[in-house]
Design a protein around this ligand. Structure first.
Ligand code: HEC
Length: 151
């Protein structure tokens, strides 16, 4: 019983963290449903049956499958921020129009190539993928858009 409960808790946390805002919005709407109310007032220590878990496991699988590539902000904060937020090593800062305008003018394909393959310019060295070995091409593209969308 305790193992089942902790299993359920882990699954619950995974579902909650993976599906984020969508789930939060849904659970707010569901909060006042008869089922949700019954759930809240049921006796403490109720036994979870396999049937209770059925609805949860597929949800966790579905949200994992649909999590897809990380968005630009996530990649930026994880891999690009250290240089591009402070200008360390000569990196153009996010949102710095003067630094980015001539770069953006080269066209997105060039920015993409330089970010993925690495690039040594007149200001410093941009390492391949900003050293993010786990970043896909699409994730690097998302991060470039995030850095330049205000330019
Ligand atoms: C170790 C520091 C460092 C990290 C980390 C880093 N960059 Fe850079 N980046 C640079 C520097 C320095 C330049 C400028 C090179 C120059 O022009 O001399 C640059 C330039 C760029 C450019 C402009 C290229 C051009 O053609 O002008 C893009 C796009 C870019 N970085 C994307 C990224 C992305 C995306 C990440 C994160 C995945 C990232 N960088 C992480 C240092 C870094």
């Amino acid at each position: 019983m305790l193992r089942k409960l902790s299993c359920l808790l882990v699954a619950g946390i995974a579902v909650a963290s993976l599906s984020g805002a969508a789930l939060a919005a849904k659970s707010a709407a569901d909060e006042m449903s008869p089922d949700a109310i019954a759930e809240r007032i049921k006796p403490v220590g109720d036994v979870y049956t396999a049937k209770d878990l059925e609805g949860i496991a597929p949800a966790a699988t579905a949200s994992t499958a649909s999590s897809g590539p990380r968005d630009g902000e996530t990649v930026y904060k994880g891999a690009c921020f250290a240089c591009h937020d402070t200008g360390a090593a000569g990196a153009p800062k996010r949102g710095d129009k003067a630094a980015w305008e001539p770069r953006v003018a080269q066209g997105f394909d060039t920015l993409r190539k330089h970010a993925i393959e690495g690039f040594t310019g007149t200001h410093g060295v941009m390492p391949p993928r900003g050293t993010c070995a786990s970043c896909s091409d699409e994730e690097i593209e998302n991060a470039i858009h995030f850095m330049t969308d205000k330019i």
